[in-house]
Design a protein around this ligand. Sequence first.
Ligand code: MG
Ligand code: MG
Length: 257
Amino acid sequence: MITIKNESQIEKMRKAGVLLHDVLEALRREIEPGVTTLHLDQLAEKLIRQAGAIPSFKGFEGFPFSICASVDDQVVHGFSNKKPLRKGQLLSVDCGCILDGWQSDSAFSVLVGGGSKEAQQLVDVTERCFWLGAQQAVAGNHLGDIGHAIQTYAESFGYGVIRDLCGHGIGTEMHEDPNVPNYGRAGRGVKLEAGMTIAIEPMISAGTWKVYQEDDGWTVVTRDGSLCSHYEHTLLITDGEPEILSYPGMKVSEVLR
Ligand code: MG
Ligand code: MG
């Protein structure tokens, strides 16, 4: 069932989004060669709890960390560890929090200390995929319009769009209806309505879209070992531009200008 949020619920999701944005920006500033993902994980948990919120990933279906830290060919759900990050690695950080019962979910990717032109292009295209998808996230459009926009742009670079995982509705639960795939046909699927809140999260591979899960039961990796990038925000559907709840003040039209 897809829920429509009322103004007071949306206001709570806004607050969760502001907190999550601040946490992710704090993590982003820490990322450099030599830093460990475990450090980032612990910092995220500390900042979230200090704000009176709960790290939503920790304990979710048994997941042991507050962030997903996925490096290079790891797509999502990577475990944090004590290995120092190396220059040029592609790190994706995904995090979620619950504030006053309401959820926010957001992810970004970055090249540790900078990296190759090819890898930077993958990161940039994945981010733009999000914004092109978000541009379609308007009341009256269909879910397929979002996936179609993401897929068309990613595939124009010869990249793979991960199919096994997708975006989702979000509210009091991290994963609510509907699923929000990063591929699809324009005009198909659920019709979007003002008050729906969804997370759009393209996962784009430099090679194949096919993935497998590692023995830890969580980490998802590209089958051909190619690099993968991830970018995500929680947003509110309106009759006009969506409101990017986990990127307060940022407008789709500004990014795509
Ligand atoms: Mg996420
Ligand atoms: Mg998500």
